[in-house]
Design a protein around this ligand. Structure first.
Ligand code: FAD
Length: 515
């Protein structure tokens, strides 16, 4: 058996790569394997949403994503050439108030390049075949391309091995849920919109066409290229439908779109069926699941990869604290499932609803939908809520084991309610130090944010005790209440000005012990 390493990551898709990159940033070098000989060359997940970009910013990678991607500022829904809905993405409460369109192949390239710079290499053509758990290790059976077998012991194993996860099967976990009965087709193609009038499709918007026959969606890919996707009616048989021809895709566009657009030069034509499934548990013993291995759903909303990458961001700092011996295997690791499972459950419900709404075929249902949706979606609070749910900036961990209950009178002046994502406030900074909260999170620590105050004994005690995992900083223009912000930017607890004991008790409870 090879020597024990701390974390084995199975799968180097976007989720496994994010986890590896984040563990490395937090000082833990994982081993990461993938059964495929090479990265995907398919565009699959196209949208990188705002919250993912914020987390990538802390990882030092957002600028490279922004340089490579295309920003879209609106999601539009049409019936024929009539515009029913224009949902402005500028309402997202983030510096990244847009959707970033980037093929998944590019997302994986950027993540892997960054990982390599951090000194971790993906081992390709290495498959997990099975695993067994012991009291202090997970023993996995790995198979190399030539068939050579290896037994590998790790302290922790994270299955990021996608929808058909070997890890999930080895744990005996059911993937409960449904398969939708419609077949879908997609094509990455060049679109010629003809000469007449203003082009309907633009590079700066997502365009959805509702039609009696089904839905037709266009995601811009850059220049005059688009991802076209459409449902094509009830599936026949159990297996995957054959990939569509360009002619078939063109036929759907002709019937459901507003004009005679011509699709040419396909780089990918494929078909898929939609599954809505989730596991009951994200952790069994020393094994975790993340990404598509734990939850899959309709691509409506473009949140599958984003939700999976955020699983990885959530787990990485917790696992790193435990691996580094700075926290116990207690509340911290238990909080991963408690926080992330409800997030994916909500995404699954919303994506299912969005898909069903878009594919209503009964005439009365369509009349109601086409009348009510424009009315409701025009209301400012609805627009704001929708944009932030899509962008995943509305995620909060209110019921988390790590979220403190703060008496009402102490909340005033805290950066945000416990469980919420902290805003990116300005901080007092020494020369060379980042002067924003998100900038300061790049160091990977908890932040105790208050107002510059006389150094009290309680504060000095807190800093002496937790200095290795928590930095204190002063927010400009705040009232003085103390806010403990987690390394992933969510508020853990809020305390009254000078009440360092509340922060002390809370951090001790989260960590279990500090070495
Ligand atoms: C057409 C389409 C459009 C989509 N659009 C969007 C979108 O716009 N936005 C969005 O957020 N999501 C979207 N998604 C979903 C997105 O592609 C997935 O959610 C995402 O790929 C999940 O990432 P993952 O890393 O969990 O799994 P995967 O990407 O499936 O990666 C799993 C990896 O594990 C490896 N592996 C599997 N088994 C083993 C084993 N036994 N041993 C070793 N390695 C193994 C595989 O080779 C693979 O590299 C879309 C999906 C499709 C199909």
């Amino acid at each position: 058996m090879t020597a024990q390493k701390q974390v084995l990551i199975v799968g180097a898709g976007p989720v496994g790569l994010t986890l590896a990159m984040e563990l490395a940033r937090h000082g833990v070098r994982p081993r990461i394997i993938d059964q495929a000989a090479a990265r995907t060359d398919k565009s699959k997940a196209l949208v990188v949403w705002s919250r993912t970009l914020e987390l990538l910013q802390a990882a030092g990678l957002a600028d490279r994503f922004l340089d490579a991607g295309l920003r879209v500022g609106e999601a539009r829904i049409f019936a024929g050439s009539r515009k029913l809905v224009g949902m402005p993405l500028g309402l997202i409460d983030s510096a990244f108030n847009f959707g970033l369109l980037l093929p998944q192949s590019e997302t994986e390239r950027l993540l892997e390049e960054h990982l390599t710079q951090r000194g971790v290499t993906v081992e390709r053509s290495v498959a997990l075949a099975g695993l067994r758990q012991e009291a202090d290790a997970v023993i996995s059976s790995l198979v190399q391309a030539g068939g050579r077998e290896e037994r590998f012991a790790a302290s922790w194993l994270v299955g990021c091995d996608g929808a058909h996860s070997t890890t999930r099967h080895a744990l005996g976990l059911a993937f409960a849920g449904e398969t939708e009965d419609s077949d879908w087709i997609l094509g990455d193609v060049r679109i010629d919109q003809g000469q007449a009038g203003e082009p309907v499709l633009t590079r700066s918007a997502l365009n959805i066409f509702w039609h009696a026959e089904g839905v037709l969606i266009f995601f811009p890919l850059g220049e005059d290229r688009y991802r076209v996707a459409a449902d094509v009616g009830p599936a026949r048989g159990e297996g995957r439908r054959p990939d569509p021809s360009l002619k078939e895709l063109q036929g759907v566009m002709d019937r459901r779109g507003p004009g005679r657009w011509r699709a040419t030069d396909p780089s990918w034509l494929s078909s898929f069926r939609i599954n809505e499934r989730q596991v009951d548990h994200y952790r069994i013993g020393r094994v975790f699941l993340a990404g598509d291995a734990a939850h899959i759903h309709s691509p409506a909303g473009g949140q599958g990869m984003n939700t999976g990458m955020q699983d990885a961001f959530n787990l990485a700092w917790k696992l790193a604290l435990v691996c580094r011996g700075q926290a116990a295997d207690g509340l911290l690791l238990a909080s991963y499932e408690r926080e992330r499972r409800p997030v994916a459950a909500t995404v699954i419900r919303a994506a299912t609803l969005g898909t069903r709404l878009a594919t209503i075929r009964q005439p009365l249902g369509r009349i109601l939908r086409d009348t009510l949706v424009p009315l409701v979606s025009g209301l400012p609070p609805v627009q704001h809520g929708f944009a932030n749910r899509l962008a995943e900036t509305a995620i909060a961990y209110r019921d988390s084991l790590l979220t403190g209950t703060t008496p009402n009178e102490n909340r005033a002046g805290g950066l945000a309610r416990p469980g919420s994502r902290a805003p990116d406030v300005r901080l007092e900074a020494a020369p060379g130090e980042p002067d924003t909260l998100y900038g300061r999170l790049a160091a990977g620590h908890f932040l105790a944010v208050g107002k510059a105050a006389p150094a009290t004994q309680a504060r000095e005690r807190f800093e002496a005790r937790f200095g290795a995992v928590c930095h204190t900083c002063s927010a400009l223009g705040e009232t003085g209440a103390l806010t403990l912000v987690r390394p992933d930017g969510y508020v853990a607890v809020v305390a009254a000005p000078g009440d360092w004991k509340t922060l002390d008790d809370h951090l001790l409870r989260i960590l279990g012990r500090v070495s």
